[in-house]
Each structure stands twice: as C-alpha cells, then as structure tokens.
Ligand binder design. Sequence first.
Ligand code: CTP
Ligand code: MG
Length: 231
Amino acid sequence: KDYWVIVPAAGIGRRMGADRPKQYLPLLGRPLLSLTLRNILGWSGLAGVVVSLSEQDTYFSHLKEANHPLVHRVIGGAERADSVLSALDFLAQRVSGDTPVLVHDAARPCVSERDIYALLSDNVSSMALLARPACDTIKQSHRVGGETYVEKTVSRENIWLAQTPQRAPLNTLHSCLGKAMEQGVAVTDEASALELFGHSLQLVTGDSDNIKVTHPADIVIAETILRLRYS
Ligand code: CTP
Ligand code: MG
C-alpha cells in the first residue's frame, strides 16, 4: 500500500548556532533539506511528501525539490509536534484514514533505503519506529545544591534511542498527537504520543548512519556518510 511521508522542517536549529536554520546549511554543496527530500523521493511506493515549514521561511522555495509534484508544504508551529500536527491536518482532508504515514526529521539526510523498507515490511507492525540500542553507559542524575550527581546507573540492556522515520496509520497518529497536545503533554516524537494512549510500538533496529544533524560536527559526519554512500 502507498504511504505518505511528513517532514517536519520548521525548527530554528538553535544548537547548530548557524546563520540560518540548519536544514538549509550546505552539505556537499546542497542544502540539507534538499538532500533529505531527494533521498525520500527515491523510495518506492511513496504517494507524497508533506514538508512543514516555518511561517518566516524564505529558503524553501529556492530548493530544487520545492516544485516536485509529490512535494506539498504546510506551515508548522512552535514545537515539533505542532509542525507534525499541521501536516496531519493537511493529509486528513485528502487521503483515507488508514494510509500509512512516516514522519521523518528534515535533519536526518542519511537514512538508508534498506532501513525504510525494513520499517515498511509486511512483517512489521503498522506502528513502529527505527531505533538504536544504547551503546553508552546510562546514568540517572539528581541535583543537590545546584550540582548534578549520579543517582544510579540504569542498565542499558533495554534502552533504545529513537530515530526517524516513525510510522503509524494516519487516523491513529492524528488523533493521538492531537489529544496529547490538547492535554498539554510534551511529546518529543510521534511514538510517545501513541504510547500515551496505550498503543504498542515495534522497534526496528536502524543503522547508526542515520544521525540527526544537531551540532556543527554533525555536518562533517553527515557529509562523510553521504560521500561514501554516493561515490
Ligand atoms: N522541527 C519542526 N518544528 C519545530 C521544531 C522542530 O518542524 N517547531 C523539526 C526540525 O526542523 C527538525 C526536526 O523537527 O527537522 C527535529 O528537531 P531538532 O533536531 O530539534 O531541530 P531544531 O529544533 O531546529 O534544532 P534545535 O532543537 O537545536 O533548535
Ligand atoms: Mg529542537
């Protein structure tokens, strides 16, 4: 069955500290968001992409992919969840409620096609996300007198780091994310909104290459990953 992809791209990239939102910084000479969209537009079975942009965005319309027939745009919001919800509102008016939706960060240009097809595989639950087993030792902290101390070490055996894409049927994601926001719950990914209402999500092991470009050094790492892949 065909699926849609939502790309939240309305963030400001505060941690990157650049002169423009990080999704428009050049990677291998092309804007990051352009590379992410080019990647997505190559996935088979794709019905369309909805990109969520800041109201102040002046960069998107200059991208090569801006006028692609499968690329649609909506105005995002203050939080990532607002941006995703805006795209879900757009889709809910156009496609059927059982359409599979993948939400994928604009800032993850390196996700591999193999991971996408693993996530979309018939053997995988309709609600699932790419994730990596934690590889660092995990410390839980507490604060005493303004300083931070180790409370305890958390076994990393069952700890996973969420990546994107995260997938769910349109109507389920739309109602769970909408309700979570109405209730004022801070959800930082789509899975957490689904979990809140008792849905079970499957974890699909993703590649470590699927980094989220967050800090300046990530630009160099992402460029290296892409150069190795496309050369
Ligand atoms: N995002 C969005 N709308 C927001 C905030 C974030 O669409 N209000 C998007 C970002 O553009 C990014 C993805 O969500 O593609 C993941 O967010 P993150 O990596 O945190 O990006 P920023 O919020 O832009 O970065 P920072 O948190 O450092 O400011
Ligand atoms: Mg952010």
